[in-house]
Design a protein around this ligand. Structure first.
Ligand SMILES: [Zn+2]
Ligand SMILES: [Zn+2]
Length: 252
């Protein structure tokens, strides 16, 4: 159970009292209207084809991606962390509008298809159990399930676990982020399901890719063939560091 029964009850009562509103434009009757969904734009190049870091000039890859071997085969995102996507992610995570997982999962599935990804199994980036208890759900699990159902690919929310809580990544440099989440994830049980398989890791937002990378490492160690990351929004790291105002919104 990835959403607590209490949360479902709460959402059900809320929907009865107040009809749902579009997270993008507040249109009544839907959590995300088709106009807002269609207004979401893919990332504007030039960006690193591997990690989606925005580049000043078109190059093959960003410097970090050419200098180190990444556990992730690549990262793909629906769009940037702005506008309708940002509003929808906040509504899902911080206001608990779990109904958004369906339209957002559809967007993830469309992005998967647009980039011709081929995965055997979909896994969400796990939250620490304590954090999940506070929130009542893991948004990445809801997104992974919705995306996997759209694509007809199996998914598993228990294969990967978060062993320890990590402090907020906000304000940390790329290497600090990697150190912060390194060894935070592990595989608790049999790794049979992932051996020789291509894994698709789902999360809501990625900034440096450090969290996805920390998830990918134990999967590769356990024999996975390749690990791809797919997120709703890619956040521009340089932009975020100059904007400390977003600090309170970046808790996860
Ligand atoms: Zn709308
Ligand atoms: Zn890169």
């Amino acid at each position: 159970m990835n959403v607590s029964p209490l949360h479902w009850l709460y959402r059900g009562t809320l929907n009865l009292l107040f009809p749902p509103q579009c997270a993008g434009c507040a249109l009544s009757g839907t959590v995300l209207c088709s106009r807002c969904m269609q207004s979401i734009q893919p990332l504007t190049p030039p960006y690193c084809p591997r990690c989606l870091t925005l580049l000043a000039t078109p190059e093959a890859c960003c410097r970090p991606c050419t200098e180190r071997i990444s556990a992730l085969r690549g990262l793909r995102a629906v769009g940037s962390y702005t506008g309708v996507l940002l509003a929808s992610i906040h509504a899902l995570k911080y206001q608990g509008v779990i109904e958004l997982a369906d339209p957002l999962g559809k967007l993830l599935a469309q992005t998967y298809q647009r980039h011709h990804l081929q995965a055997d199994i979909v896994l969400p980036v796990p939250l620490h159990p304590e954090r999940q208890r506070q929130r009542g759900f893991n948004q990445a699990t809801l997104l992974a399930r919705a995306c996997a159902r759209q694509l007809g690919i199996p998914w598993d929310e228990r294969l990967l676990i978060r062993r320890r809580a990590t402090s907020s990544q906000v304000g940390l440099t790329a290497s600090e982020r990697r150190a912060n989440v390194a060894a935070a994830f592990s595989l608790p049980s049999s790794t049979r399901r992932i051996r020789e398989r291509t894994i698709l890791l789902i999360d809501d937002v990625s900034t440096t890719g450090a969290t996805l990378e920390a998830c990918a490492r134990p999967l590769l160690d356990a024999g996975a063939q390749a690990v791809w990351g797919l997120v709703l929004a890619k956040r521009n790291f340089a932009h975020e560091r100059s904007r400390n105002a977003s600090r309170s919104l970046s808790f996860r």
